[in-house]
Structures are given as C-alpha cells and as structure tokens.
Design a protein around this ligand. Structure first.
Ligand SMILES: *[C@@H]1O[C@H](CO)[C@@H](O)[C@H](O)[C@H]1NC(C)=O
Ligand SMILES: *[C@@H]1O[C@H](CO)[C@@H](O)[C@H](O)[C@H]1NC(C)=O
Length: 289
C-alpha cells in the first residue's frame, strides 16, 4: 500500500513525507474505504480475422434480432435474418466477444405473400460463458408507424374475437403448414419466443424454435391478449430439445409482459421480463447497452 502511494505523481516533497507518516493511522481509520491503486490496464480487444460468412456471425445477428423482435413487440413486423452483409469481431480474454454487424432482414406476410426487406446495424457483446448478450441495434422501418399499428391491431382483433380460443393445440415449425387462422398466434408466440432465446443465447448456446404446443388463450375481461403456450427450443450445439412454458400478455403498442420457465437439463430457471416499447423515428433503435 505504502509503496503505491509513494509512487503517486505530484506527491513529492514534504507533503509526501507527511502523508507517509500519517498513512498507517489513516489506513486504519478508513479501512474498508482505502484501496491500493491498481495500475490501469488497457482494455485489449483484439480483432479476429474471421469472415462474416462464418456461423458465429449468423448467431450473433440472430441474437440481436431476438432482442429487437421482443422489444418491438410487433408481430406484424417480425424480422428474421436474411443475410449478414458485413461484420467484424473482437475478443477480449476477460470480457468476451464483440460483434459489429450489418445485416439484411426480411418480414414475411403470409396474407399477401409479399416480402418486405430491410437492413439493421448492430453491436452485440457476449460476456464469456454468460447468456443474454448486450445489444444495440438499429433497423430501417418496414412499415410506417400508422400502418404497423393498424396491422398489429388487426391481428389483435382476430385473436380477441375467436369464438373458441385454442386449447392445447399444436402449431408446427417454420417448414410445417400453419392453418391461416392460427397464424396470428404463431406470430405473437414468436415474439415471446424471441425474448426467451435472447435471454438464453450465449457464446456457445444458440436456439431455434421448433414447435408450439399446448397453445392456450385465456378469455379475460381486460384488454390484453392473455396467452400461454409451450415452445420446443432446439439448442444447436448440444442438439438438446428444451420445452419452455411461456405466458404472455400483449396489447398492440404496449410493452410485452412475459413469464417463462424452461426445463433445461440440470437447471430450472424462471425469469420474467418487461419490454419498454419502441422508440421510433425514421429508423427503429432498440438498445440495452
Ligand atoms: C446505439 O447505436 C446507435 C446507432 O448506431 C447510436 O447512435 C447510439 O449511440 C448507440 N448507443 C449506444 C449506447 O452505444
Ligand atoms: C391471465 O390468465 C390467467 C389464467 O387464467 C390468470 O391467472 C391471469 O390473472 C390472467 N391475467 C390477466 C391480466 O387477465
């Protein structure tokens, strides 16, 4: 401690001598507050020479979109990854990996069969061995705000007006046939699923949604769609299939309320989260930096 203090710049001369003499008493009086100065170590982020076409970039891009889709809470403008256009990655042995990405996205509208394209730029930071990457993502708008609100509201109405809300039905994955009347549910469920996948994604674990089972919509007097289902997540590296029960409350334009519970091997976790809606200008920027 003393040696470090003496090395402080601007402490030469009589002051330093006095300080050194006082130090033991001071250190004792303020023990708990006193800390030896640590030498500043530069944050060493080392850029890796990896082509953006490698799977790591796809996975980072998908994590960023999971976050975006959950926060936007807009089933009608749900974005999926088309391509990573460019990107770079840095590693820091202590902190993790940082991806800087430019991507193209698409939005399929099954009703009209048209495909909307857009671009996003994102920074994604994975902490070593920890899930839930930090994301800052900016995407071009797919629809004007009014148009988007209207489409979300249409979807909301479809679900709210169901004479017989589903109970325990099964909806297949992306390759399977989805009955058009169930499409709104699939879309909304994907928003909830995005939240879970974002929270669980780490440097080594990546998830895909395979199937919805046990879909159940509760009839409630309130305005929210009160919706629960089980998604089967497919973890890419372990090939594990993980069932997650999700309960969500949704109203167009409002933050999504989600609770979920996944049956991971070994661990049981239960997490709840709340979105904050989206800040929208000419672009949409969503960040948890
Ligand atoms: C997030 O990205 C946007 C757009 O690139 C940028 O303006 C903003 O400063 C970033 N936010 C943080 C906290 O890095
Ligand atoms: C949603 O439905 C569940 C199950 O019936 C119920 O316990 C809960 O209170 C409902 N929430 C709202 C906000 O209506």
């Amino acid at each position: 401690m003393l040696a470090q203090q003496q090395r402080l710049p601007g402490r030469a001369g009589p002051t330093a001598v006095l300080l050194v003499a006082l130090l033991p008493a001071v250190a004792q009086a303020f023990s708990g507050v006193w800390r030896p100065l640590e030498p500043e170590r530069p944050q060493t982020w080392r850029r890796l020479a990896v082509a953006p076409s490698t799977p790591k970039f796809q996975q980072a891009a998908r994590a960023a979109l999971h976050y975006f889709n959950y926060r936007a809470a807009s089933p009608s403008t749900f974005r999926s990854l088309k391509q990573v256009r460019s990107g770079s990655v840095w590693v820091n042995a202590k902190k993790g990996q940082k991806f800087d990405l430019e991507l193209t996205i698409e939005n399929h509208k099954p009703k009209s069969n048209d495909e909307r394209l857009g671009t996003c730029s994102a920074v994604v930071i994975f902490k070593n061995h920890k899930p839930k990457p930090t994301v800052n993502i900016t995407c071009t708008r797919l629809l004007a705000k009014k148009e988007r609100e209207q489409e979300d509201y249409e979807l909301y109405k479809q679900m709210k007006q169901l004479k017989r809300p589903p109970e325990g039905i099964k909806i297949p994955g992306n390759d399977g046939y989805i009955d058009p009347s169930l499409q709104p549910m699939w879309d909304l469920a994907m928003v909830g699923s995005s939240y879970v996948m974002w929270e669980k994604t780490s440097l080594s674990l990546y998830y895909y949604t395979m199937q919805l089972t046990g879909v159940k919509q509760w009839v409630t007097s309130g305005d929210f769609i009160n919706f629960s289902y089980t998604i089967l997540l497919h973890e890419f590296s372990t090939q594990e299939i993980i069932p997650c029960q999700i309960h969500l409350l949704w109203y167009p334009g409002k933050p999504l309320k989600i609770r979920y519970h996944c049956q991971d091997l070994g661990t049981q976790e239960e997490v709840s989260g709340n979105g904050e809606g989206s800040a929208e200008t000419s672009t949409e920027i969503l960040s948890n930096f």
